[in-house]
Design a protein around this ligand. Sequence first.
Ligand code: ADP
Length: 162
Amino acid sequence: MSKVLYPGTFDPVTNGHMDLIERGSRLFDRMVVGVAAAHHREKTTFSVEERVEMVREATRGNPAVEVLPFDGLLVAFARAVGARAVLRGLRAISDYEYETQMAFMNRRLDPGVEILFLPADEKYTYVNASLVKEIARLGGNVAAFVPPVVLSRMTARIRGEK
Ligand code: ADP
């Protein structure tokens, strides 16, 4: 059985992530969406439990997908769940630089885990979780960029911040 790991912070999961989950999960028998406990640069808006819950709800209709939290080394988590490959999305050149650096380092750490890049759908290339949160905070409509479960939670969270 072929299994792929799709890791990220998902703070919160966007329609860009959802597109990668749908397209990536069709290429393998199973997909584990790995929700990183902490972000590598900044404090997350949602707790890891909330982020896992939102991805679970958003992917409920896809039986090939399992959603799990993780911390520590990515390649160690990939091994632990039995994934042969790790999927990452590429939106722009800026993603490419960071993603290739990580891919080379991860290959060095464990050459047995292959890193795969899938180009983003054109209509989501400009969608990222931070920008979506910023627009929501400024009162903009983000319904086109996130799954419905995220929209209601994000609105509630932002109201609570004020
Ligand atoms: P991280 O903080 O580890 O980059 P993210 O949750 O922001 O985690 O992203 C996880 C993965 O999803 C990354 O490979 C990222 O490039 C990809 N991704 C994020 N947004 C999009 C999008 N709009 N379209 C395609 N891929 C995306």
